[in-house]
Write a protein that binds this ligand. Sequence first.
Ligand SMILES: Cc1cc2nc3c(=O)[nH]c(=O)nc-3n(C[C@H](O)[C@H](O)[C@H](O)COP(=O)(O)OP(=O)(O)OC[C@H]3O[C@@H](n4cnc5c(N)ncnc54)[C@H](O)[C@@H]3O)c2cc1C
Length: 473
Amino acid sequence: MNTPADNAIDWQAFRRALGDVPTFDNPKILKAKSRDFFWYSPILARKLDGCIADLVARPRTQEELVRVLKLAYAKRVPVTLRGRGSGNYGQAVPLEGGLVVEMTGLDRVLEIGEDFVRVEAGCNLHRLNEALRAHGKELPIFSSTQRIATIGGFVGGGSVGIGSIEHGMLQDYGNIIRISALSLEAEPVRHEFTGEDVNLLHHAWGINGVITELTMKTAPERDWINCISSFPTYRAAFDAGTALGHRRDLRRKLVCTVDAGFTPYFAKLEGRVETGRHLMLTLIDRGDLPAFVGLVREWGGRTDLSLDETEMAAEGLPHVFEFSFNHTTLQVLNVDPSVTYLQVRVPAPIDAERVDAVREILGDEVLMHHEFFRLNDELVAADLPVVFYTTDERLYEIIRIYEDHGCPVSDPHTFIIEDGGMKHADYRHLSWKKRLDPQGLLNPGKSKEWPRVRHLDPAAIEALHPGAAPGAG
Ligand SMILES: Cc1cc2nc3c(=O)[nH]c(=O)nc-3n(C[C@H](O)[C@H](O)[C@H](O)COP(=O)(O)OP(=O)(O)OC[C@H]3O[C@@H](n4cnc5c(N)ncnc54)[C@H](O)[C@@H]3O)c2cc1C
């Protein structure tokens, strides 16, 4: 997909013009910083492997970032923003080469207030949580990749995570309080987004603005206990997960059920979980542990492990959430690189019969794993099944089987933003792209709708709605 002729610029001169801003052009570094976790998908692995940046810049201050953006604009260079590249769909892959701007140098925690934190976009999630804990607070929602990911990458590319069982999705009002972003123009302009307007940039994959600072909601710190419970059937685990999801009187930060077929892949839990039993992984506030254990018993299960953070570390165990969300898939991929995965919604009200029906049809071809969280304040579950991949055709048949059972699939095998979870163009994202990135230099190639609307003015783009056919441009 790289078209070097399009990037026929003198990169050494470009580098020199950036002065002391750290830049990298070592081929190994260029390759490493041009990748994310797209390789979960055999389809994306085939398509994206050869997409490599010409140069990586890692500004350390907002002043350096502005310098980088001004030069990129002057030279009309494609710019792909990168946190730590833990996204899954090639979100941070520079399809057209050019410049990758790694944001990890902008990592200061700027202000911790009563119920908010203001932070630079490149700050690591774990470091941010640690800084908050020193003030008796924590992030209400964070990605299971907190050890590596940045807050800017989470807001730019993520959607849901540890804590979403209580606080909903990132997009829900009040989770993101303010986004500060720079435009990519001759003189980059700083824009502020608050209230519902944060969703004009959230989950836009860095196509419509450079997020520099974020103000995020915080929650009081809790003493979370990592719990692993087990059940004789997957249905029993799933029903317990649903019941726990509905118990808003209990403080829980994670509710996740995992098919017994995963346990042989969970090397770090060897001896901790019994072969053949289906699991529920949870984070429960210490004060609610007795009620939780009772709930598990009511649904025919038992709690095999309950340890706080310090005890987990002392026993050499990772957090339970490192077996949840897309980590569940990663644990299997580490052993068997031929598998892949899907992202399936079990809509509200959760109907376990749908899950049973699909299990009956797909049998051993998939291993199911459900994350429970709130969407529009209703409890939903997302299945992130591991799929024992054979062909692309069969993968898409499996998607159809899920969808025929009323469980919509967000296709994780595409790098086109409109073809994944959204299923249609977000014209508000694109109208802000026109405002903040008039030349279409940010993360080019990720929106299939952009080339069709880029000739319109922002208001005209915003007036479009899903399904509307704009004039060719
Ligand atoms: C094992 C595993 C587990 C995961 N678990 C979760 C999970 O629990 N929840 C979840 O939502 N996702 C999850 N993900 C996806 C991903 O890890 C998260 O979205 C993560 O927070 C991305 O952070 P990052 O710093 O690595 O971003 P990157 O991958 O570097 O970037 C993600 C996107 O954001 C854009 N971006 C980065 N920085 C900026 C910026 N400053 N301004 C504008 N755009 C920017 C990039 O261009 C890219 O499109 C998981 C992925 C893996 C592989």
